[in-house]
Design a binder for this molecule. Structure first.
Ligand code: ADP
Length: 779
């Protein structure tokens, strides 16, 4: 099925538009996505770094405070035994840094000063443990912001000994300031860490340890305030997997079986996205060594995440910042979908425009096509103006019209040639052999009207004895040519020469036959007449030869007859004598028989020669014919002292008209005799030989006469050198031999006289059996 121009154009335009817009949309989408994801990566990295800086900034005052207190203690600016001075120093530190939960100092004697924020009755509360050997006292003092005492109370039940606490022991053993792992402060239930700095004597002995408790819930608050995309978050996990900072502080803690609070492990936190973000990271040993950007999928949603390396050795915290990918590229994804819809819309619109455009373009083309069809069918004249159309179509139209008019002209010429031909012409169906079209001349030849002929096939008209025409199923391109007998409507026979050619289409498929038929009845009759005439002519010529040979033949016959008469007389006389021996009589009788036989042969040859009517080509023995023919000329040759030598080789039978071949031989031999009779040549000889030459038997006849004069036109009628000659002999001889499919020619290279060659075709069913050559001489 062929597509219409409109649909094709619409589909192409729409398809191309859709393709173009989609390619632009996608390339824009891919490049924007890359840019935005790069941006997201940078953003997450920035947030991570910010968080680190924030945590560091948040924690560093604690170290400073602890170390400052330790240095002061070392330099005896505050004496460990002066609890009030120590309390004052710690109070100042606590006031400076709001993130400090409490500041304290424990010495090697077990004394302990601890200042912390308080809910009441004062803003601060101090706990002062004085230990001196076995005696110890604990005092609780509440103070206002100006260090004024608000309330005071002893705590006799207190058993707190700083030296047993991990912070003290760690600082003591490491002899430098140490950071504890984050833990939940017992009293405030807030997450925090402790920094502890040892106070050493001048000799390096441990005097005591200064500690600072820092609440780190501020870090979680900081995380809660961060804006990471639409719904991104950052989480800090300690090296042991504890989540120590999370935007939602509620999720950080859990109560253990013994009633204490502890951090939730990252694997257990009630935040599946955070769990997924840390799925590939194991805080602590396997922590990433550098900022690592990756993606993960949670509940079918793509997330981007950046994991920061641990903050420091003291703070082996891992910060992961994550956010849904859609927070960054969601809008461009939406935009992409919108753009694809726009592309589809544009494609539809373009398709519509394409259809309209195609319609607009096609209208003149259709009008042109309709016109071309009408012109081709002859409905309208090619000269009628073309509809308004394109320049290209105008040019095509010109060419087309030229073609059409040429074709019409050709058809007209063909039609006229066909109809008015002097030959019969017919078109014959290749399938059925029926006549498709016949011309007037063929109607005349066949005697039928054209309507009658169109109902007939070729073979209906062929003479029943002639081979039928085999037209159907023929694939060869060779023309069929031949003479057939056609049955005229009246029943009389009409001889026709038929030439049939096959007409094929552009694809070389047989279409029909065209036959040209000529009435050759008259020609056939004339040929028959000519045949009869030439038969008469050759008979006449033989008659003339016979009349010329008459005296010679009479002499030839006279000889045996005279001999017979003499022998008969002698025999009678001998028979009357009583003592005559029988052998002598027998010899006379035998001679009589021989002479009679000879005379009989001559008469036989004469009768055959003079016979009229034999005209059919038949196989015969050329050697026998040669022998018989020479009987007719032997007397004439002898009379002129000419020897006839025959090289009598065994040759197969030939095909020809016997009497005419004899006529040719006699004619050639007599020409030689006549030529030599007039010449003074001493050697007078005629040599005749027969031999097989391919599919022919060749007779060679040469004489020792003067030969043919230079420039003399042999084989031309009425050319003769003889006073009583007619100059027809050789001409008739050649015609007769050629009619028998043989040849007769003069060997022009022969210089010792004249040499003629005659060939005759070998009879087909006779094997060539060439025997030895025997030579016989006839005088
Ligand atoms: P015609 O014998 O009536 O002249 P031919 O056609 O037989 O007619 O011969 C034509 C001429 O060819 C002869 O007149 C003769 O001059 C020449 N001719 C034919 N045969 C020979 C021959 N064997 N030797 C020389 N001349 C010949």
């Amino acid at each position: 099925m062929k597509l219409s121009l409109g649909i094709l154009l619409a589909c192409c335009l729409a398809g191309l538009q859709f393709l173009a817009v989609t390619v632009v949309v996608y390339s824009y989408y891919v490049s924007s996505e890359r840019v935005l994801l790069d941006h997201a990566r940078n953003l997450l990295g920035d947030v991570g770094r910010n968080t680190i800086e924030h945590a560091k900034g948040f924690l560093s005052p604690a170290r400073g405070a602890a170390e400052l207190a330790a240095r002061l203690a070392e330099n005896r600016i505050i004496a460990s035994d002066n609890a009030r001075r120590v309390e004052q120093l710690l109070f100042q530190q606590l006031r400076i840094a709001p993130q400090f939960a409490g500041v304290y100092y424990g010495d090697r004697s077990g004394s302990f000063v601890y200042v912390k924020h308080s809910e009441g009755p004062g803003a601060y509360r101090s706990k002062i443990v004085k230990a001196d050997g076995a005696t110890r006292s604990t005092q609780l003092i509440w103070r206002d912001r100006e260090f004024g005492v608000v309330d005071t109370r002893p705590d006799p039940m207190d058993q707190y000994d700083p030296r047993t606490r991990p912070w003290y022991q760690t600082a003591k053993s490491q002899a430098e300031s140490v950071w504890t792992d984050p833990y939940i402060f017992f009293s405030s239930r807030k997450p925090g860490i402790t920094v502890a700095a040892p106070v050493l004597t001048e000799t390096g002995e441990l005097q005591g340890v200064v500690g600072v408790d820092i609440e780190i819930d501020e870090i979680s608050r900081f995380l809660a305030e961060l804006r990471i995309g639409e719904s991104g978050a950052a989480v800090i996990v300690n090296a042991n997997g504890d989540v120590i900072a999370h935007p939602d502080q509620q999720l950080l803690q859990q109560i253990t079986a013994d009633g204490t609070f502890q951090f939730v492990d990252i694997q257990e936190i009630d935040d599946p996205v955070a769990r997924a973000a840390f799925a590939g990271v194991s805080p602590g040993t396997g922590t990433v060594s550098q900022e690592t950007y990756s993606t993960f999928i949670h509940e079918g949603q793509n997330y981007v995440t950046t994991v920061m390396p641990p903050i420091s050795e003291q703070l082996p915290w891992t910060i992961a910042v994550f956010a849904p990918e859609a927070d960054f590229i969601g809008s461009i994804k939406e935009n992409r979908e919108l753009n694809i819809w726009i592309a589809a819309g544009v494609a539809c619109l373009t398709a519509l425009i394409g259809v309209l455009l195609a319609h607009f373009i096609q209208r003149p083309v259709s009008a042109f096509a309709v016109r071309a069809a009408l012109v081709s069918q002859g409905e309208i004249d090619p000269s009628t103006p073309t509809p308004k159309t394109y320049r290209e179509l105008d040019l095509a139209n010109e060419t087309l019209m030229r073609e059409i008019s040429q074709r019409r002209q050709t058809e007209q010429v063909y039609g006229q040639t066909f109809d008015h031909s002097s030959h019969g012409m017919v078109q014959i169906s290749q399938d059925t052999g029926r006549f498709i079209r016949v011309n007037q001349k063929f109607c005349e030849i066949s005697g039928y009207r054209s309507e009658e002929l169109l109902q007939k096939s070729v073979n209906d008209l062929i003479h029943p004895d002639d081979a039928v025409f085999l037209l159907t199923g023929r694939t060869d391109t060779q023309a069929i040519n031949g003479d057939w007998r056609c049955m005229h409507k009246t029943g009389k026979v009409v001889w026709v020469n038929v030439n049939v050619i096959m007409i094929r289409d552009d694809k070389d498929m047989p279409q029909y036959y065209v036959a040209t038929i000529a009435d050759i009845t008259e020609t056939k009759k004339a040929a028959a007449k000519i045949k009869n005439l030439s038969r008469d002519l050759s008979h006449l010529a033989r008659g003339q030869v016979l009349s010329q040979m008459a005296s010679g033949l009479a002499h030839e016959l006279n000889q045996p007859l005279t001999a017979i008469a003499q022998n008969a007389d002698t025999a009678m006389l001998t028979a009357k004598e009583p003592n005559m021996p029988r052998p002598a009589l027998m010899e006379l009788l035998s001679d009589i028989e021989k002479q009679a036989h000879r005379a009989g042969e001559i008469i036989h040859a004469l009768r055959n020669f003079a016979k009229k009517g034999e005209e059919e080509r038949l196989p015969f023995d050329l050697r026998a014919l040669l022998r018989h023919s020479l009987n007719l000329v032997r007397a004439e040759a002898a009379e002129n002292g000419i020897r006839i030598l025959v090289e009598d080789s065994k040759t197969p039978e030939v095909v020809g008209i016997r009497v005419q071949v004899a006529q040719v031989i006699v004619n050639l031999v007599r020409n030689s005799i006549e030529a030599m009779a007039d010449s003074a040549s001493a050697e007078r000889e005629i040599r005749i030989s027969t031999a097989l030459a391919g599919e022919f038997v060749q007779i060679k006849l040469e004489d020792t006469g003067p030969g043919i004069p230079a420039g003399f036109e042999l084989f031309t009628q009425f050319e003769t050198t003889k006073p009583d000659g007619m100059g027809l002999g050789l001409s008739i001889s050649r015609s007769m031999i050629e009619a028998m499919h043989g040849r007769l020619w003069l060997d022009k290279d022969y210089a010792n006289g004249a040499r003629f060659h005659v060939t005759l075709p070998v009879a087909e069913d006779v094997d060539a059996d060439v025997g030895a050559i025997s030579l016989s001489v006839h005088v």
